[in-house]
Design a protein. Structure first.
Length: 165
């Protein structure tokens, strides 16, 4: 089921509008755009505790996904394991499970708690499958990891902030 779902999503890899979006998300500009949106949202709402919660969530999630779980699980990426998928933006030789992109996007969404951030996280997660760098289960595990860590960091920062009052 993982492979069939990936192949269905991968059919969108070269659709004109989506191809641009997948490339934007895959590159540095997508990360920069998300960071600017997050900062603008925090400043607009003056939720200063999020200045700590969001980077803490992303930092913890990224270490857990990229440095602990990926080497432990050691699952090859679909773009390396499957010969009949389109890989429009290249394929890393790092491991696949869990998706750090999905984990980090969901960590941000959970820490912020904003509906738009959850929608962005879903699009980021789908993009990883569409360009065949992750299986659907990789992004689901990443989404779960990021959500739990993001919620925990938000709770922690909110708790610390309430002690000062």
């Amino acid at each position: 089921m993982d492979v069939e779902t990936l192949k269905t999503a991968n059919a969108t890899a070269f659709w004109p509008g989506l191809h641009w979006l997948w490339g934007f998300i895959d590159g540095s500009w997508g990360t920069l755009a998300l960071a600017v949106m997050v900062i603008a949202w925090i400043v607009t709402l003056r939720k200063w505790g999020l200045v700590f919660a969001v980077p803490m969530a992303v930092g913890l999630t990224d270490v857990m996904a990229s440095h602990w779980l990926k080497p432990l699980i050691a699952r090859p990426r679909p773009c390396l394991a499957l010969m009949d998928v389109s890989v429009p933006f290249g394929c890393s030789d790092s491991f696949s499970m869990p998706s750090a992109h999905a984990a980090n996007a969901f960590a941000v969404a959970a820490a912020l708690g904003a509906p738009w951030a959850w929608m962005v996280a879903v699009v980021v997660a789908f993009s990883r499958v569409a360009i065949a760098v992750h299986y659907p289960s990789d992004v689901l595990v990443g989404a779960l990891l990021g959500s739990v860590v993001g919620l925990a960091c938000r709770w922690f920062v909110d708790s610390v902030g309430s002690w000062r009052h």
